[in-house]
Design a protein around this ligand. Structure first.
Ligand SMILES: [Fe+2]
Ligand SMILES: [Fe+2]
Length: 280
């Protein structure tokens, strides 16, 4: 059996937790255009401990407004239906999915920062006629495969992370060399097993190779990942400049000259990511 076959077999049999019920509900809501605050409220009822943390976060991340948010309808008014939905999704995923062989904090800080940055880029993309509601979840989940490999391969994956860190090489290259697969494939496969929408499977599977995918969300996540890594907000394996496909800028209608402004935005999105992490 080759290394690749061994790893594939281990991945197929990995005992990964099912996503929290509230996340499954949020993914269904993501597919809808017009989510109501009542639907958000009903989803929140699935997890009683969630409401207080959502209120706390709505108060921390909201821009403007001096009064305290004290109820879910008020939170919806303050950060919008999408904002509340995204906070619930992040809190549930960060709380449920923890790596065993590397530090969860930089991993989720990076994932949250990519989620917020992908949304900020989406707002700048002149060639986009309408926003995609899946952009935030695509950013949040893009490196999920690292958690899959961590759970499936244990110490062996720790060795892969060590090699990437000590040699300052892109994790994807080291994964291919040592495992014959990578975290993007593993994460995409996991989302397929969970029956997540194809647009998210695609964003996760191709976030390092956006030219393979025709999906806008995949390209937004790729650029957001680049911008965050460029600022040293990486998943904790060590800093190395992420490659970025220059065609993606053009296709989205974002000028490469906007990078300094985007970097400033990444820094402020990091503060929001920290607020989410502090609440988990
Ligand atoms: Fe990645
Ligand atoms: Fe990443």
């Amino acid at each position: 059996m080759t290394v690749n076959e061994q790893v594939t077999q281990q991945l197929e049999t990995v005992n990964f937790p099912t996503p929290p019920v509230i996340v499954v509900r949020m993914v269904q809501l993501l597919a809808q255009d017009n989510i109501t605050s009542e639907e958000i409220g009903a989803a929140m009822a699935l997890d009683a401990s969630m409401a207080a943390r959502v209120l706390h976060l709505a108060n921390s991340v909201a821009v403007g407004g001096s009064t305290q948010v004290e109820s879910i309808p008020e939170a919806v008014l303050r950060v919008g239906v999408d904002g509340v939905r995204d906070i619930v999704f992040a809190l549930a995923m960060v709380g449920a999915m923890r790596p065993a062989h590397f530090d969860y904090r930089p991993f989720w800080r990076h994932s949250l920062a990519v989620a917020f940055t992908a949304q900020a880029l989406q707002a700048r993309a002149l060639k986009l006629t309408e926003p995609f509601p899946e952009t935030y979840a695509g950013g949040l989940l893009h490196d999920l495969g690292m958690l899959v490999l961590d759970r499936a391969l244990g110490d062996r994956y720790r060795e892969v992370l060590d090699v990437a860190r000590t040699t300052s090489r892109p994790l994807l290259d080291v994964e291919h060399e040592m495992l014959g697969t990578d975290h993007a494939q593993a994460g995409g496969r996991m989302l397929q097993v969970w029956r997540f929408p194809q647009i998210l499977v695609d964003a996760v599977t191709h976030h390092h190779r956006p030219w393979v995918s025709g999906q806008v969300v995949t390209r937004l996540v790729h650029l957001a990942d680049f911008a965050c890594n460029h600022q040293g907000i990486h998943h904790g394996t060590g800093y190395f400049p992420e490659r970025c496909d220059p065609r993606v800028w053009d296709e989205l209608g974002i000028a490469a000259g906007e990078l300094p402004q985007i970097i400033t935005e990444v820094q402020s999105e990091l503060a929001r990511a920290e607020a989410v992490l502090a609440a988990t």
